[in-house]
Design a protein around this ligand. Structure first.
Ligand code: FES
Ligand SMILES: [Fe+2]
Length: 453
């Protein structure tokens, strides 16, 4: 399929084919316009619960949240809950958060560290390995009923590059194969050495896919986030990978090609220079030279503080956002300093609500010149050392999530778009080539819904 839209970017057309930043070959995802019912009907939501969610690998969390034996956290999606637990042998196991006695939730906290799990209803106890340890008043049970020593129901769990995934039906292909990304792509960031420094879960009045779609393109930047034009290019490089995965490289530390003056170094770019440790007042280059200057400064800084893994990053990776989509409901904004993970979690019963779950992971470096990049939108006074794992900030429906100016703009837009999508007058989305990741995602979703996968 010829891609015929006019672009000044991508900038990586010259990259060697085996480089992780190389533009991927085009994928023909057709031009079908899906029925918009997928965004708002109970029927489609039920189909997703039968044919999608149980069958895929779902990002449950990160390994630094279960660093020590006995550490656990609870992963919620829809009306399901899972306990993710670090084992004595260093592996990670996952269980449904359901007591085999009468179905009560076993873990009531979002995370913690325990020697065993104790159900709050009648006190049955389970080891961190899920095995039954103790039944209260066991002598009052007919031995035949409990002869199978009922423990927590285990669910398939796998770890990749600091990320923990689960698969409910146990039949998904091996995780590394399923993810569809080249070797090294995620590993290079060493996410296992990062910690969650901020975690917000906000409820939005829109379908979870309305959310994914909005974050899979930068086509809307000049309209919804015009303030980004001073520091970000909106013609991203879009790349499609197998199994619904995709990536966009969003050039940062440049002005959008839509800005007439490409020479003057405005306050936004001055800020980026300063953040990289460059004296902005003494910088003699033009706006076009800022991106390369920031890249060089960051590389030099990494050498100084002993971050040898920067050698694996291309120059572009030091400035740009590699927004990476894992099918079906994850996008990760990947940067050497940290990773911004967003998950689009379906509401248990309302197809027109989802939880926008955002985790900011940061690798703390003990150096006065190494700072948390402003793009992370961290509120003041947050501990970035990784010493304390912050609680999840829950933001109810209708309240501003306070995720920074850009994401708050999205949160205002999406409920309005959702109302338009369910109008009788809307015939279905018309995706341009800047929205090829959105089409790629929906084509993969169709394969699950149509049971081709
Ligand atoms: S439901 Fe858990 S002990 Fe009874
Ligand atoms: Fe946006």
């Amino acid at each position: 399929m010829a891609v015929n839209y006019k672009v000044e970017w991508p900038m990586n057309l010259g990259a060697p084919a085996d480089s992780l930043e190389a533009k991927q070959p085009p994928v023909d995802d057709g031009l079908d316009v899906p029925d918009p019912a997928r965004y708002y009907t109970r029927e489609f939501m039920d189909l997703e619960w039968q044919r999608l969610w149980p069958r895929v690998w779902l990002l449950a969390g990160v390994t630094s949240d279960v660093a020590e034996e006995g550490d656990y956290f609870v992963f919620e999606i829809g009306s399901e809950e899972f306990i993710i637990s670090r084992q004595p042998d260093g592996t990670v196991k996952a269980f449904y958060n359901v007591c085999p006695h009468r179905g009560n939730r076993v873990c009531m906290n979002e995370r913690g560290s325990v020697a065993r799990f104790t159900c709050t209803f009648h006190g049955w106890q389970f080891g961190c390995d899920g095995k039954l340890q103790r039944i209260t008043d066991e002598e009052t049970f007919n031995p035949r009923l409990i002869a199978h020593r009922p423990g927590l129901t285990e669910v398939r769990c796998a770890v990749h590059a600091g990320l923990i995934f689960i698969n409910m039906d146990g039949r998904a292909p091996p995780l590394h194969e399923y993810l569809g990304l080249p070797a090294g792509y995620i590993e290079n960031y060493e996410i296992d050495k990062m910690h969650v420094v901020h975690h917000v879960r906000s409820a939005w009045r829109a379908n979870w896919k309305t959310g994914v779609d909005a974050f899979y393109e930068t086509y809307h930047l000049p309209w919804v986030h015009p303030q980004t034009q001073g520091v970000m290019e909106d013609f991203s490089q879009y790349d499609l990978y197998p199994n619904g995965a995709s990536r966009m490289i969003v050039p940062i530390c440049v002005k959008s090609h839509r800005v007439p003056d490409q020479e003057r170094v405005d306050p936004y770019l001055q800020f980026m220079l300063k953040e990289a440790g460059i004296d902005a007042a003494a910088f003699s280059g033009t706006a076009r030279e800022v991106r390369a200057a920031v890249q060089q400064a960051k590389r030099a800084r990494a050498r100084r503080v002993g971050l040898t893994h920067y050698d694996r990053f291309t120059d572009g990776q030091l400035t740009d956002s590699w927004a990476t989509g894992l099918f079906p409901n994850v996008q990760m904004g990947m940067h050497p300093e940290g990773v911004f993970i967003m998950r689009f979690l379906p509401h248990p019963s309302d197809p027109e609500q989802f939880y926008y779950d955002t985790m900011i992971l940061y690798r703390h470096v003990e150096d006065p010149d190494y700072t948390v990049p402003a793009w992370m939108g961290l509120p003041e006074g947050i501990d970035v050392t990784g010493a304390t794992r912050p609680d999840i900030v829950h933001v109810p429906l209708g309240q501003k999530p306070n995720l920074g100016e850009v994401l708050d703009q999205d949160s205002e837009l999406l409920p309005i778009q959702q109302r338009g999508i369910r109008s009788r007058g809307f015939r279905g989305p018309l995706w341009g080539e800047q929205e090829q990741r959105v089409r790629h995602f929906h084509r993969e979703l169709d394969r699950y819904i149509e049971q081709d996968k």
